[in-house]
Design a protein around this ligand. Structure first.
Ligand SMILES: C[S@@+](CC[C@H](N)C(=O)[O-])C[C@H]1O[C@@H](n2cnc3c(N)ncnc32)[C@H](O)[C@@H]1O
Ligand code: SF4
Length: 446
């Protein structure tokens, strides 16, 4: 166990939380601890992972939005300006062509378009992006192709372009319909317009429709949240996700600890009430996930997004993160101008990296599951190939003795949510990771 004081541990975890971009599918080592890395590290890691037969997916990060919502914690994201789209599409084409030789003969099983707001792209631009991705990477038959989308930009031509590009599912960001929230959150969509957008998606043949709502936004009442839940459920999307608002990296990151705690408590109460309401309205959840589904067995369900299931993932676009299983995590430059410039010079825009190995991958699975309050044996096995007790029996029993975890028949419950991140970090984080979080970023992949 690394010898580190409580105060330093708190500082290290605060740095980790602030530095965590939303594209990260790596809970450990935290992104803020990764070292400097370049194209050779990234391509070498992928060659090794692919030669070991790893399946993989592609994640494309479109980092632009029409307006920046003050509640949003996504990084990187930028207000869209004229010229951004052309620079993005030209850069993405270059990035795809630079990666093509590494992935020759291999086909992704998943393609995820995230952001930002990828459906800000106009129909012809969406077509151009999808054509490039499909020509270079040739998704495998039956590949899951999911796009994040705002309802404001779901007109029939855009939906048509997404479907023609092979999109099988849309993850639609509604967040809140409260009129007051709209004023301060800058979201202009009305319930009627969002309902019409969902109807168009159904009519145009989108196979799977998911709606995202947020609970515990500053100023949001439980009544307003439950009204949103009821309205969204009335449209009968395949799935509804009830997310807990987090102030970290949002426009509310300066809240006092007490105010942040109160929001968190409110948010948890609201999602519990929302879950009960959705249960009465015919939606079902599996385990602890905040995903509520009309058909939890559907292969298109978020429960089965390959994106979240420990799949190797090549990230494209400014700030995108990549994961070559058993080998590495790496990150693109998050600055769109630098991302474009490197690509124009024929260089992959990789800037940060971290070595991945079995132990780190298992810790990453444990940390991300513990964050949700429960570490199910089956969920851990899906990510890490074994059960938590087989991987870390001694350490988990230690955490149980300290009152942080509780053994349950099919997993480990987090008994002390406040202390668990610190106690888990104390037990599992390597000294080099802690040193890097405290400011000593290594000059090579960690
Ligand atoms: C970053 S957005 C990108 C997609 C799209 N632009 C949107 O607004 O839905 C993806 C998801 O992140 C979640 N999100 C954004 N800000 C958040 C916050 N402060 N706390 C928790 N979740 C947040 C929202 O639920 C949103 O659906
Ligand atoms: S919530 Fe979505 S639309 Fe709003 S700023 Fe964040 S990424 Fe952009």
């Amino acid at each position: 166990m690394p010898a580190i004081s409580d105060a330093l541990l708190v500082r290290a975890l605060e740095a980790a939380e602030r530095g965590d971009p939303t594209t990260a599918h790596c809970s450990y080592p935290p992104f803020a601890a990764w070292g400097r890395a370049g194209a050779a590290f990234a391509t070498g890691s992928w060659r090794a992972a692919l030669s070991a037969g790893e399946p993989f997916g592609i994640y494309v990060h479109f980092p632009y939005c029409q307006a920046l919502c003050p509640f949003c914690r996504a990084i990187p994201k930028f207000r869209h300006r004229p010229g951004d789209t052309e620079a993005f599409l030209a850069g993405l084409e270059r990035e795809c062509r630079l990666w093509a030789p590494v992935f020759r003969g291999r086909r992704p099983v998943s393609l995820f378009l995230g952001g930002g707001t990828p459906n800000l792209l106009k129909p012809l631009e969406l077509g151009r992006m999808m054509r490039t991705l499909r020509e270079v990477f040739r998704p495998a038959p039956g590949a899951q192709i999911v796009a994040e989308a705002l309802p404001e930009y779901l007109d029939a031509p855009r939906i048509g372009a997404l479907i023609e590009g092979g999109v099988t599912g849309l993850s639609i960001g509604l967040q809140s319909l409260d009129p007051m929230m709209k004023v301060w959150a800058g979201r202009r969509v009305t319930a009627a317009a969002a309902a019409a957008a969902l109807r168009r998606c159904g009519k145009e043949g989108v196979r799977h429709i998911l709606v995202d709502l947020l609970a515990g936004l500053p100023g949001q009442s439980e009544k307003s949240f439950l009204s949103d839940v009821r309205t969204a459920a009335g449209w009968r999307p395949d799935e509804i996700v009830l997310g807990n608002f987090s102030a970290v990296n949002s426009g509310f990151s300066g809240l006092s600890a007490g105010a942040a705690r109160a929001l968190r408590g409110g948010s948890e109460r609201m999602t519990r009430a929302g879950a009960e309401l959705l249960g009465r309205l015919g939606y079902r959840a599996i385990g602890n996930d905040p995903v509520f589904s009309l058909d939890p067995g559907s292969p298109d369900s978020k429960y089965r997004y390959r994106f979240y299931a420990g799949l190797s993932m090549l990230g494209l676009g400014p700030g995108a993160l990549s994961y070559a299983k058993g080998r590495a995590w790496h990150a693109n430059s998050a600055d769109p101008a630098r991302w474009s410039k490197l690509l124009s010079g024929g260089v992959l825009p990789v800037e940060r990296g971290c070595r991945a190995g079995r132990r780190r991958e298992m810790i990453s699975a444990l940390v991300s599951l513990a964050d949700s309050g429960y570490i199910p044996d089956a969920g851990f096995r899906k990510l890490a190939g074994t059960v938590p007790s087989a991987a870390f029996g001694g350490k988990l029993r230690c955490l149980e003795k300290r009152g942080v975890l509780l053994r349950r028949p099919r997993g480990w419950e987090v008994a002390d949510q406040e202390r668990s991140p610190y106690e888990i970090a104390r037990e599992f984080f390597e000294p080099a990771v802690l040193a890097s979080l405290l400011g000593d970023i290594p000059g090579r992949p960690l």
